[in-house]
Design a protein around this ligand. Structure first.
Ligand SMILES: Cc1cc2nc3c(=O)[nH]c(=O)nc-3n(C[C@H](O)[C@H](O)[C@H](O)COP(=O)(O)OP(=O)(O)OC[C@H]3O[C@@H](n4cnc5c(N)ncnc54)[C@H](O)[C@@H]3O)c2cc1C
Length: 417
């Protein structure tokens, strides 16, 4: 069996890369050990964050750090036993989040984010997936004037510097857009440019169907069998024998370092885990919009499967057992904000946002291996950036001029760490 390119990982990032390569006439085998889109790309909040110029930074305010240290915040939890192992990552994460470093990072990141909606639009159109998309932005709710004013000032800066569109809504206006809200909301920011997705899993599957219609193949196999041949090409083991290709792309999300480590790269990638649960809507009080309770750090989304609650970050080993205490406590607060019926899932879903310390994804050629490409580390914005990364990798791999300068995303930047 032979392909021009093997794409390892069939989450939103890998599927988008596979589509972009197939559109350019490449014979592509898309590989996953599970069915496509069943891991991190499954249970996320469904935001295509065209406004998300700022990646999620490590707090710089000592009061906030001290509060997080208590490990009782809704928006951030950690496993105490994993802190020693996570400490080098957290220290670098803090360092890159300092204002000077962070501004430069945000300016690189902004070039990817700027294309997030337009790149999804191309694939949504070709995949005929319009029914999964809502084009009404999303709402960030505020409970205190101080937080609302601070966020308002940031929104004005984003508008001036990057043309991000938002509107400030007072309490009465918020009630109009979301009549079911129960209490405590002072106002909201309406981010108007983003799109939202009514089932991120189904969107991944729609892009997969597009890939197949372009002649691509999905193959179930374990990426850990990847081997480089003397010829410079790659093989992996499948149930039907070895699958060979000239090029390979690693898009394994949180599992990417299982392969990079074996190949001798020390790429610092950790996970910020998050939980999700679906709830039955309460009769007569449907959730109309994607709403984030900014000061408590969770989001409610009207998904096809029900109202999806997604939590903030949990710092823990990728493979540590689930500890959905954060979800249970968030659910209690969310029920005070909006009517939620019974839980619809037998157990909480958990995903690990794959995060680098400098908050930028890794997109580009492997520094020391020919014909190998990296595409992972999309952190809180992998759904947003999947098609952008797909285009960028396909352009670089086929020798086209990349539509943005990909240098800030190269894996080589970690050599200095
Ligand atoms: C609670 C939560 C909310 C989020 N909300 C948003 C949001 O609103 N907007 C947004 O843009 N992003 C959001 N994200 C982040 C987003 O979900 C991720 O960044 C994105 O899904 C990562 O996609 P991926 O394709 O890189 O990884 P994945 O979707 O995890 O895909 C990696 C694939 O690799 C496969 N794999 C792993 N190991 C192997 C192996 N050995 N062999 C073969 N296959 C293997 C897995 O089965 C998987 O299918 C959220 C994340 C969480 C946890």
């Amino acid at each position: 069996m032979h392909a021009d390119t093997i794409v390892l990982g069939a989450g939103i990032v890998g599927v988008s890369i596979a589509v972009h390569l197939a559109r350019r006439g490449r014979a592509v085998a898309l590989v996953d050990r599970r069915q496509p889109g069943e891991e991190t790309s499954f249970g996320n909040a469904g935001l295509i964050q065209q406004e998300g110029i700022f990646p999620h930074a490590f707090p710089q305010n000592l009061g906030v750090i001290a509060r997080y240290g208590l490990n009782t915040s809704l928006d951030m939890r950690y496993h105490l036993a994993d802190l020693p192992r996570l400490a080098p990552y957290l220290a670098r994460y803090w360092w890159f989040s300092r204002p000077r470093q962070f501004e430069a990072i945000a300016r690189s990141y902004a070039r990817l984010i700027a294309a997030s909606v337009s790149e999804h639009a191309v694939l949504v159109n070709e995949a005929k997936a319009d029914g999964l998309i809502v084009r009404n932005g999303w709402f960030e709710l505020f409970r205190t004037a101080a937080a609302f004013d601070k966020a308002g000032a940031e929104a004005e800066w984003l508008s001036r510097e990057f043309g991000v569109a938002s509107a400030r809504l007072d309490q009465a206006m918020v009630r109009q857009v979301e009549p079911g809200l129960k209490t405590g909301v002072l106002g909201a920011l309406h981010w108007r440019d983003p799109w939202t997705v009514r089932s991120p899993h189904e969107l991944t599957l729609a892009y997969l169907s597009l890939f197949r219609s372009l002649g691509g193949h999905f193959v179930k196999a374990d990426a850990r069998t990847l081997n480089q041949q003397a010829s410079g090409g790659w093989t992996i083991a499948t149930a039907d024998g070895p699958l060979a290709s000239r090029q390979a792309v690693l898009a394994l999300g949180p599992w990417s370092t299982d392969i990079t480590r074996r190949l001798g790269y020390r790429i610092p990638l950790e996970v910020q885990r998050g939980y999700a649960m679906h709830y039955q809507p309460v009769d007569g009080e449907p959730l109309r919009n994607w709403i984030a309770d900014r000061e408590r750090g969770y989001l409610l989304a009207p998904m096809l499967q029900g109202i999806r609650l997604t939590t903030g970050a949990e710092f823990a080993r990728r493979d540590a057992p689930k500890t959905p205490v954060q979800l249970a406590e968030t659910e209690r607060v969310a029920r005070q904000l909006f009517p939620l019926g019974v839980r619809l899932d037998p157990e909480p879903w958990m995903g690990g946002r794959p995060c680098t310390p400098d908050m930028l994804p890794v997109i580009g050629p492997a520094p020391r291996h020919n014909n190998l490409w990296f595409a992972f580390g999309h952190a809180h914005r992998g759904l947003t950036l999947g098609p952008v990364t797909g285009r960028l990798i396909a352009e670089m791999l086929t020798g086209e001029t990349p539509f943005v300068n990909a240098e800030p995303f190269s894996a080589g930047r970690f050599a200095a760490l």
